[in-house]
Design a protein around this ligand. Structure first.
Ligand SMILES: Nc1ncnc2c1ncn2[C@@H]1O[C@H](COP(=O)(O)OP(=O)(O)O)[C@@H](O)[C@H]1O
Ligand SMILES: [Mg+2]
Length: 304
């Protein structure tokens, strides 16, 4: 089964798609089969980064049931060996009101894709879709710019994601669960208290559901203040969310990024020696090692 990795951020325009597209290409180059899925509902643009300007089929066709099998909306990117892409869908009534069942159908079908790594671009913001897609994966990447406001936006995103994960952890399947999942909570603590009062082992189950959540941090458009703000973020998530956030890397501000965008070619392909591309290669190597470890771990668990 494929290993699923998602990238999320508090706000849009911080570089999620640019980074994921480059990581997809680099991971494929290192011999893995990679499928990039554009789940940025409302702002799908991953296909542009590979010069696919008018995809014949997209996620819209799958969601509207014009095709039943998700494989029919996968595009093989022949210029990049091992790489394929599912172009995203615009914001339509269909997607805005996607029901629980429809979302389950989508997530289930993603699990059937024959590939080594699935990369999910979940789109910005704290809509339930974004949070659910983000938490659905085996590994998560949290992306932010170095400024304090952007850091707080990411913190907020991570907090809402953990709350949603915890709620589904201790109330799985029940009707109350669905009702509660759509309620706004102000903090993770509130949810843990609710868990403790609603079920005997509620708090334990709630905390267990976060055990495997260690979002990896990437700072984009790096600056000299980044170090201080990064530390603050890690302290916040450790104190209030009880999770640690290992760092995957930093990417500098680099004009070649938008030059590559204009050419519809990933920057690591077009300008492999520019500073942003070199950082992305470092991040991809590190991520590759984590993927290998994870897959070995999964195999051992399957055998044992
Ligand atoms: N490291 C960088 N240096 C310069 N420009 C960047 C960098 N990262 C992203 N950008 C620019 O920021 C814009 C938003 O990037 P994008 O990947 O579309 O963000 P998101 O998917 O988070 O909305 C793009 O125009 C891109 O060229
Ligand atoms: Mg994007």
């Amino acid at each position: 089964m494929a290993l699923t990795i998602s990238i999320g951020s508090g706000k849009g325009g911080v570089g999620k798609t640019m980074i994921l597209a480059n990581l997809a290409m680099l991971l494929a180059r290192s011999g893995r089969r990679v499928c990039l899925v554009d789940l940025d509902i409302g702002g799908p643009d991953a296909h542009y980064l590979f010069g696919l300007l008018e995809p014949k089929r997209s996620l819209s066709d799958f969601l509207a049931r014009r095709v039943e099998n998700i494989n029919e909306v996968i595009h093989t990117l022949y210029s990049y060996s091992g790489l394929s892409l599912i172009p995203g869908t615009g914001d339509t009534l269909q997607t805005a009101n996607m029901s629980f069942q429809e979302k389950q159908r989508l997530l289930r079908s993603l699990g059937t894709i024959d590939t080594d790594v699935l990369l999910l671009d979940v789109g910005a913001g704290t809509s339930y879709h974004a949070l659910d897609f983000f938490m659905h994966s085996d590994l998560q990447i949290g992306l932010t710019l170095p400024e304090p406001t952007a850091i707080m936006d990411l913190y907020n995103f991570l907090q809402l994601a953990t709350i949603r994960k915890v709620l589904s952890g201790f109330l799985s399947g029940s009707e109350v669960a669905e009702a509660l999942k759509n309620q706004r909570f102000n903090s993770l603590q509130e949810v843990l208290e609710l868990a403790a009062t609603s079920q005997e082992d509620g708090r334990q189950r709630a905390q267990n559901s976060l055990r495997s959540f260690h979002p990896l941090l990437i700072i984009n458009r790096d600056s000299t203040t980044a170090q201080v703000n990064k530390l603050k973020l890690r302290r916040l998530v450790a104190k209030y969310l009880a999770i640690d956030m290992p760092e995957l890397g930093e990417i500098p501000e680099d004009p070649m990024v938008s030059e590559a965008l204009k050419a519809f070619i990933p920057v690591c392909e077009l300008y492999p020696n520019c500073p942003a591309a070199r950082s992305l290669v470092g991040i991809s190597d590190k991520l590759g090692k984590i993927i290998d470890l994870f897959q070995r771990h999964l195999q051992t668990n399957h055998q044992g």
